[in-house]
Ligand binder design. Structure first.
Ligand code: FAD
Length: 465
């Protein structure tokens, strides 16, 4: 079989999701920082907005200010794949490995949080194209089938109904030559439009009384006797009692102690033109699940509400020194397009109209790390490792409770209390990341974990999850 040439030409270099709404500031957002508030939330992504909502639900008299360096939706929360994956541990297998005694509790909390998000979307009228379609995880090589069986067992153990599809059944369902087997978990979350979701959360937070300030970067925090002073890039200041740092791995720029807690990876993704009826029918895939494969390529694919194809994969780039990229690498989208063409040869000539990158902050165990600074005045979380759409809700509740001096069930688990494993300093960090990527690719071809992968596994480091 010949693989059709990828067609990325014409892609406009920007994220797809913002194009689905008429752009305007979130209603009720203000242009200036107030002089003071009870709680300052830095970052208006999912973590910051869920934190503000949790704080105001607990105590409507609090003054809460949410400030973002950019516009709501410009960060990862507005441009991600929109997989609402009910996992707090970057996959149930990683959770079982790290927390054998508590992973069932963690799964229950993830299940409850998914229901809470669904109820919240309905109650607040947040129209973010949510589809509760569950997941379909595919083995794309025979040697991945054992891992797929283990996954099915883990899901059942964690309380998720599953269906196992052998080669004949998966190919009859999903018209692709790539999968050799699959596990369908029909109740494991769903798909949404991330931009509509984050803008909806922002509007809900404003309705509850939060002050939302866009385009103000916080550059410094100072502890003093009566609380914390936050300094903005434009010279403005705000005094508050407590701070929630909801900037994911960006926290390392403001709190030095967190600089080795996570590393930024630049993730390449893309979306096609609408498929149209004939192409859409040619795929099968009637239930529209979010699909992921079990290879080290971490392929993820889904359909948008208007039947475009979203494609993501292993094109995540680490830059020496954890710096941010100054140049994009178009060949990485070309590789994704080649991969998509191998999955669906019937889509020959499909145009990829949107392609973009975003930063995924990876922690060593692939699980977000919580912490406290400035004698309990500042609480933070970082390192969702590319799976934060749901986890951010539970994390935000932990942060809000700690800010109020209370706790949640999740906040008492090792999930939220363990010490983070730091990444090594450079140049070791760069070498370790490259080495791990190379080994994952090798293990992918052979099906045998390498010595390094086994070692990282023992150290509780999440390169393989
Ligand atoms: C391409 C891509 C695809 C992804 N796909 C998925 C997926 O399908 N499912 C999933 O579960 N997860 C996915 N993720 C991960 C998910 O998007 C993140 O884990 C989640 O959005 C993190 O939310 P957050 O609020 O913590 O951080 P962010 O969304 O990054 O928000 C942080 C905000 O803080 C602001 N900020 C930073 N520094 C400052 C400062 N100094 N002062 C003021 N504001 C500041 C930023 O502007 C930003 O808006 C993906 C990520 C990427 C990049």
């Amino acid at each position: 079989m010949t693989t059709p040439a990828p067609t990325c030409q014409g892609a406009d270099g920007t994220a797809f999701w913002p194009s689905t709404v008429v752009s305007a500031p979130v209603a009720g957002s203000v242009g200036e920082l107030p002089d003071s508030c009870d709680v300052l939330v830095v970052g208006a992504g999912y973590t910051g907005l869920w934190s503000a909502l949790a704080l105001l639900d607990a105590d409507p008299t609090l003054t809460v200010c949410v400030v973002d360096a950019a516009a709501v939706g410009d960060g990862a929360s507005g441009i991600n794949g929109g997989f609402l994956e009910p996992s707090l541990t970057h996959g149930i297998d990683n959770g079982r490995r790290l927390f054998p005694d508590e992973y069932r509790t963690v799964e229950r909390l993830a299940r409850n949080a998914t229901r809470d998000v669904e109820r919240f979307l309905a109650a607040e009228g947040i129209a973010c194209d949510y589809e509760p379609v569950g997941t379909l995880e595919c083995a794309v090589a025979d040697h991945q089938c054992a891992a797929l069986d283990e996954l099915a067992t883990a899901y059942q153990d964690g309380g998720w109904p599953v269906e196992i599809l052998d080669t004949a059944r998966i190919r009859a369902y999903l018209h692709s030559p790539r999968p050799v087997a699959a596990v369908r978990a029909p109740t494991r979350g769903g798909l949404l439009n991330p931009y509509k979701m984050v803008r909806g959360l922002a509007a809900a937070a404003v309705r509850r009384g939060a002050t939302l300030v866009e385009h103000h970067r916080i550059v410094d925090l100072h502890r003093d006797r009566s609380g914390v002073r936050a300094h903005g890039a434009n010279g403005c200041r705000l005094r508050c009692q407590q701070v929630i740092m909801a900037v994911d791995g960006g926290v390392r720029h403001l709190l030095r102690r967190t600089r080795l807690a996570s590393i930024p990876l630049e993730d390449y993704v893309m979306v096609s033109e609408p498929l149209g009826q004939a192409r859409r029918t040619s795929l099968g895939w009637e239930r529209r699940e979010g699909i992921a494969d079990r290879s080290g390529a971490f392929t993820s694919l889904r359909l948008t509400a208007d039947d475009r194809l979203f494609w993501g994969g292993s094109e995540a780039v680490y830059r020496f020194g954890s710096t941010h990229p100054t140049n994009l690498q178009p060949h990485r989208w070309e590789r994704l397009a080649t991969d998509a063409a191998a999955w669906f040869p019937q889509l020959a000539g499909l145009r990829w109209t949107h392609r973009w990158t975003g930063t995924v902050h990876m922690s060593a165990s692939a699980i977000p790390t919580f912490g406290t600074a400035m004698t309990g005045r500042v609480h933070y979380v970082a390192g969702y490792t590319g799976l934060g759409v749901l986890a951010s809700k539970v994390a935000a509740e932990v942060l809000a409770a700690r800010t109020l001096g209370t706790t949640t069930e999740a906040g008492t688990l090792r999930w939220a209390t363990r010490r983070a494993r730091p990444f090594p300093p450079e140049p070791l960090r760069w070498a370790a990341v490259q080495w791990a990527r190379h080994d994952i690719a090798k293990a992918d071809r052979t099906g045998t974990p390498t010595l390094l992968m086994t070692l990282l596994d023992r150290l509780g480091m999440g390169f393989t999850s």
